[in-house]
Design a binder for this molecule. Structure first.
Ligand code: ADP
Length: 171
C-alpha cells in the first residue's frame, strides 16, 4: 500500500526549518504532497507562484536523496479537504515550541472533527532550525539583515525582489 503525507503551510518563504521537516517526512511516506495554502485575506509577501517556484528549486536536492515521490500543490479549500483529495492518510506539521504546540493541537482537533480519517502527525523541529520562522525571516530582510543562513538562495533572492517591489523600486 502506498502512503501519502500532506504537508501544508504558507511557505512565505520556505525556510531550512520547512526543508528539514520535508526531508524527515519523506522517510515516512511513499509520496509527500507539499501544499501552499492560499488565504486571500492574507496575501503575504511572495505571490503563491513565487512560493511554488522557490519551493520547486529548494526541493530539487531533497528529491535526489529520497525514494519518496515529493509533489508540490496549492489549495484554497479546507486543509483536510485538500489532504483528502491528495489521497493523504496524514497531515504533517512541525512543532518548534509551546506556542506552536497549543495552536497546532487545536488545529489537529478541529481537523479531526472535520475528517476523523486523516491523522495529524507532528515532527519536532530540529534543534538547529527551531528558531527559524518565515515571519522572522521577512522582518530581518525588511530591516536589511542577511537571511542567507536561514533560507535557500532562491528564497533569499525572491524575498529581496518582493521587498524591492513593495518599496516601489524597479529590480
Ligand atoms: P502556517 O501559516 O500554516 O503556519 P508556515 O509556513 O509558517 O505555515 O508553517 C508550516 C508548518 O511548518 C507549520 O506546522 C509550522 O509549525 C512548521 N514550521 C515552520 N517553521 C519551522 C521550523 N523552523 N522547524 C520546524 N517546523 C517548522
Amino acid at each position: 500500500m502506498s502512503r501519502t503525507g500532506f504537508y501544508p503551510g504558507s511557505f512565505d518563504p520556505v525556510t531550512y526549518g520547512h526543508l528539514d521537516i520535508i526531508t524527515r517526512a519523506a522517510r515516512l511516506f511513499d509520496r509527500l504532497v507539499v501544499a501552499v495554502g492560499i488565504n486571500h485575506a492574507k496575501p503575504g509577501l511572495l505571490t503563491v507562484e513565487e512560493r511554488l517556484k522557490v519551493l520547486e528549486a529548494a526541493l530539487a536536492p531533497i528529491r535526489e536523496r529520497t525514494e519518496c515521490d515529493i509533489q508540490l500543490a496549492k489549495y484554497t479549500c479546507l486543509t483536510v479537504d485538500a489532504a483528502r483529495r491528495a489521497g493523504a492518510i496524514a497531515i504533517v506539521r512541525g512543532l518548534r515550541d509551546g506556542a506552536d504546540f497549543s495552536y497546532e493541537v487545536r488545529m489537529a482537533h478541529t481537523n479531526a472533527a472535520l475528517n476523523s480519517e486523516i491523522e495529524t502527525i507532528f515532527l519536532a523541529a530540529s534543534p538547529s532550525a527551531r528558531m527559524i520562522s518565515s515571519s522572522l525571516i521577512r522582518q530581518i530582510a525588511e530591516m536589511g539583515g542577511d537571511i542567507g543562513q536561514f533560507v535557500p538562495m532562491e528564497a533569499a533572492e525572491a524575498v529581496r525582489a518582493a521587498l524591492a517591489r513593495e518599496r516601489g523600486e524597479t529590480d
